[in-house]
Design a protein around this ligand. Structure first.
Ligand code: TXA
Ligand code: MG
Length: 522
C-alpha cells in the first residue's frame, strides 16, 4: 500500500477525514502522541488497526471525539463525576472509561463492556475527527511494543506502506499518552498517568486511586484493570536499565561503565556517550522528549543504556511509568547498601558460588561468620539466647552451637525465636561492613528481611537428595536431623520465586551461569 503524507491544510484534512469515513487508516497528531485512526463504528476498519500495529486483540482502543455531545452515543450513562471531569478538562489529554453503549463494537473495546473515550486538545486532531464525521478509534501510531511516536518521522518509520495516510502536524506538545481514568467502578482509578495529574483530577472529583501497576510491575496472575498494562511497552532495541540514585551517585556509576550509553538530564555530568531527555526539575520537558530519545538511542546503535530515574511527582509519574516499562522493570537501586544478596536453602552449594564471586573481585560479607562473632564468649546476646533456649546451651560461658542449632531448627516457631534475636544485630553489622561491589552471603536473607537491602538477589538451588547428602556429610548429623533443618526453611520454590536470578547447582556449567548473571547485573 502506498502511504500518502498529508499536510494540515484544509484540503488535506478533508481528505484524511474522507479516508477514515471510508474504512481506511490515517495517522494524525494529537497533543500527546500521534494516533492511528479508523472509523470506530466500522468493525473491519478497527481490525485493520490491530493488524497494522501488530497489537494483541484483547487490548482495547480509545475512541476519539471532536465534540462533547458525541460522548452520549458511546456510553450507557454519564455518571456525575465523569461529567465533572468532562466539564473541567475536555478537550484534554485525558481518557475516561465508562460502561459502553450497544453502538460500540467488541473489537474496539477488546471484548470488555466498557469504552475509553477522549476529546483531544490538538486542533488538527479534532479537525480530522470532524472531517471523518464519525468517532475515531486511535491507539498510538507505533508498532506494538515500540516507543509511541511523537513526531511524523516516527510514524513514517513504523507505518510506511501499512496505512493509507499520515498527517504531518509537527511535534506533539506533551509527548506521553493521555491520562486514563476509569469511572466504570465505584472508586475512580487512574490506570495510566499522563499530563492531567492525580492532583488535578482530585481537585475536581476528590479521592482517586492510582492503579498499583502504574509504579511497579504487575504480579504474575494479577488481573489487569487495563489490558495495556500487561504488555511489554515502549521498548527500544537497546537494553535500558534505570538507575535509582541522586545525580552524584548516578554520574559516578555511569561514568565507570565503558561501552554503555547514558539516558540522562541536561545538567548531568557524563563522560560516556549520552542522550539527554529534558531538565532534572522540569517533568514536562522530560515527558516531551522521552520517546523521541528512546528511538534516538536505537539510531545511535546503543546496546546498553543506563537511565537516570525521574522524579515521580506530577507529570513525573507518567515519565517514570513509561521509563520503567521501556526498561522492562530493570531498576538498579544505588541507595541500597548491599550489591548482591546470595541465598538458597541449606546444602544447595552457596559456598562454592561465594568463592567464585570472591575470585571475581567481590567483597563477601558472610552472615554466618558475623553471627559467630556476635555470639562469642561474653557477648550480651548470649543471655538472650540462654533465656530462650535453655541454660545448658552455654558451657563455661561458651555457646554450644550444635545444641543451639538442634533446638532452634527443631520447628518453625523456635527458628523464628532465634531469628528475632539474631537478625537485627546481624543486619546492622552487615551494613557496617558493606561496600560496593559486595555480596551478602545469607542463608536467611528472606527470613531476616535483608532482601530489602539488596538490589539484586541470587539464589543457589540443588535437588533435595544432593542437599541432604551434603548436609549430612558437612555437619555429621542424621538424615532425620538434616530433614528437620530443611523443613525449618522456606521451600526451594520460595527461594526461586523471590530471587532475581537462580544458579542451578547440579555440578554442571556453574561458572557459566555465574558469568551470565554478573554480565546482566553489572
Ligand atoms: O494519548 C493517547 O491516549 C493516545 C492518543 C493517540 O490519543 N492514544 C493511546 O492509545 O495511547 P493506546 O491504544 O496506545 O493506549 C490506550 C490504553 C491502553 O493501555 C488500553 O489498554 C487502555 O488504554 N484502554 C482502552 N480502553 C480501555 C478499557 N475499556 N478499559 C481499560 N483500559 C482501556
Ligand atoms: Mg500505545
Amino acid at each position: 500500500m502506498k502511504t500518502k503524507i498529508l499536510s494540515t491544510s484544509k484540503q488535506d484534512i478533508g481528505l484524511a477525514g474522507e479516508i477514515i469515513k471510508n474504512g481506511g487508516l490515517v495517522a494524525f497528531p494529537t497533543e500527546t502522541v500521534y494516533g492511528l485512526g479508523a472509523n470506530a463504528l466500522d468493525d473491519e476498519a478497527v481490525k485493520s488497526i490491530y493488524r497494522a500495529k501488530g497489537r494483541p486483540s484483547d487490548n482495547p482502543l480509545i475512541v476519539h471525539i471532536a465534540k462533547k455531545e458525541d460522548i452520549n452515543q458511546l456510553v450507557e450513562t454519564i455518571p456525575e463525576k465523569a461529567q465533572r471531569l468532562i466539564d473541567a478538562f475536555f478537550p484534554a489529554p485525558l481518557t475516561i472509561i465508562l460502561k459502553k453503549s450497544a453502538l460500540v463494537g467488541d473489537t474496539v473495546s477488546g471484548g470488555l463492556d466498557t469504552v475509553a473515550f477522549r476529546m483531544p486538545k490538538n486542533e488538527v486532531a479534532r479537525a480530522v475527527i470532524e472531517a471523518a464525521g464519525v468517532p475515531v478509534a486511535a491507539p498510538s501510531a507505533n508498532t506494538s511494543g515500540l516507543p509511541s511516536p511523537t513526531k511524523a518521522s516516527h510514524v513514517i518509520s513504523d507505518m510506511m506502506g501499512k496505512i493509507d495516510a499520515i498527517v504531518d502536524g509537527g511535534d506533539c506538545e506533551f509527548g506521553v499518552e493521555s491520562t486514563v481514568i476509569t469511572l466504570a467502578e465505584k472508586t475512580p482509578v487512574i490506570l495510566r498517568p499522563g499530563a492531567i495529574t492525580k492532583e488535578m483530577i482530585e481537585g475536581v472529583i476528590g479521592e482517586t486511586e492510582l492503579a498499583k501497576a502504574v509504579l511497579g510491575e504487575m504480579e504474575e496472575g494479577e488481573k489487569a484493570a487495563s489490558p495495556g498494562m500487561k504488555y511489554k511497552h515502549y521498548s527500544p532495541k537497546a537494553k535500558i536499565i534505570v538507575v535509582d540514585a541522586d545525580r552524584e551517585g548516578y554520574e559516578k556509576f555511569v561514568n565507570s561503565k565503558k561501552g554503555a550509553f547514558a539516558l540522562c538530564f541536561e545538567e548531568d555530568n557524563i563522560t560516556v556517550p549520552k542522550v539527554t531527555f529534558g531538565k532534572e526539575n522540569d517533568d514536562l520537558s522530560q515527558a516531551k522528549l522521552l520517546f523521541d530519545k528512546l528511538r534516538e538511542l536505537d539510531e545511535l546503535g546503543a546496546q546498553k543504556v543506563y537511565a537516570r530515574i525521574p522524579n515521580k511527582d506530577g507529570v513525573g509519574t507518567a515519565v517514570f511509568n513509561r521509563l520503567i516499562r521501556a526498561a522492562a522493570f530493570n531498576v538498579i537501586d544505588l541507595n541500597k547498601p548491599f550489591t548482591i544478596g546470595l541465598t538458597g536453602p541449606t546444602g544447595a552449594g552457596k559456598t562454592y558460588v561465594c568463592e567464585e564471586l570472591e575470585k571475581r573481585g567481590f567483597k563477601i560479607i558472610d552472615s554466618d561468620i558475623i553471627a559467630k562473632k556476635l555470639t562469642e564468649k561474653g557477648s550480651p546476646l548470649l543471655t538472650e539466647l540462654k533465656n530462650a533456649f535453655g541454660k545448658d546451651i552455654l558451657e563455661n560461658g561458651e555457646l554450644n552451637r550444635k545444641l543451639l542449632a538442634e533446638r532452634a531448627f527443631k520447628n518453625k516457631k523456635n527458628t523464628a525465636i532465634l531469628n528475632k534475636i539474631m537478625h537485627p544485630v546481624i543486619i546492622e553489622e552487615c551494613k557496617k561492613q558493606s561496600e560496593i561491589p559486595c555480596v551478602l552471603d545469607a542463608p536467611q536473607l528472606f527470613e531476616a528481611n535483608a532482601d530489602k537491602e539488596c538490589y539484586k538477589i541470587i539464589c543457589v538451588s540443588a535437588p533435595l537428595e544432593t542437599r541432604l547428602s551434603r548436609i549430612i556429610g558437612r555437619d555429621v548429623i542424621s538424615t532425620e536431623q538434616a530433614m528437620q533443618r530443611i523443613n525449618a526453611q522456606f521451600s526451594d520454590d520460595y527461594y526461586i520465586e523471590n530471587s532475581d536470578y537462580v544458579i542451578y547447582n547440579n555440578g554442571q556449567n556453574i561458572n557459566e551461569q555465574i558469568n551470565d548473571i554478573l554480565e546482566e547485573i553489572l
